[in-house]
Design a protein around this ligand. Structure first.
Ligand code: SF4
Length: 124
């Protein structure tokens, strides 16, 4: 398997969307796992973060940035670290999105599924 590039801020990255993200009012510790967090504790924290993202007006911009930047840590746009890793594995380096909007297109299915009732643990 080719070596994946490290996290890298895209040249066209902007941060204005972060000013209106729903997480501004949330506990930042929801979005980043503490060291050695595992199992149910991690699942519950990830789901709580995803629930905040699900109601965020800039979720797509956030997910697009995280995919393009290969953000290694935290929940971004409702996507956990593991969910983003699966996107990185699926996309070849030659296809890897760098321009604004390309991340949202490349990971459209994962971004949609990230805050589905199943992903949030909501039983109907
Ligand atoms: S999608 Fe989630 S992590 Fe991104 S700005 Fe909104 S609430 Fe914050």
């Amino acid at each position: 398997m080719p070596q994946q590039p490290l996290s890298q801020v895209p040249a066209d990255a902007t941060w204005d969307w972060q000013e209106v993200g729903s997480c501004r009012e949330a506990d930042p510790e929801l979005f980043f796992h503490p060291q050695n967090e595992r199992g149910l504790a991690r699942l519950r924290r990830d789901r709580a973060a995803k629930a905040v993202c699900a109601n965020c007006n800039v979720r797509i911009e956030c997910a697009d940035y995280a995919i393009r930047a290969r953000e290694p840590y935290g929940v971004w746009g409702g996507l956990t670290e593991e969910e983003r890793e699966r996107v990185y594995v699926r996309i070849t380096l030659a296809q890897f999105p760098r321009q604004r909007g390309e991340g949202a297109i490349a990971a459209a299915a994962e971004i949609s599924e990230a805050v589905s009732p199943g992903a949030l643990g909501v039983v109907s």
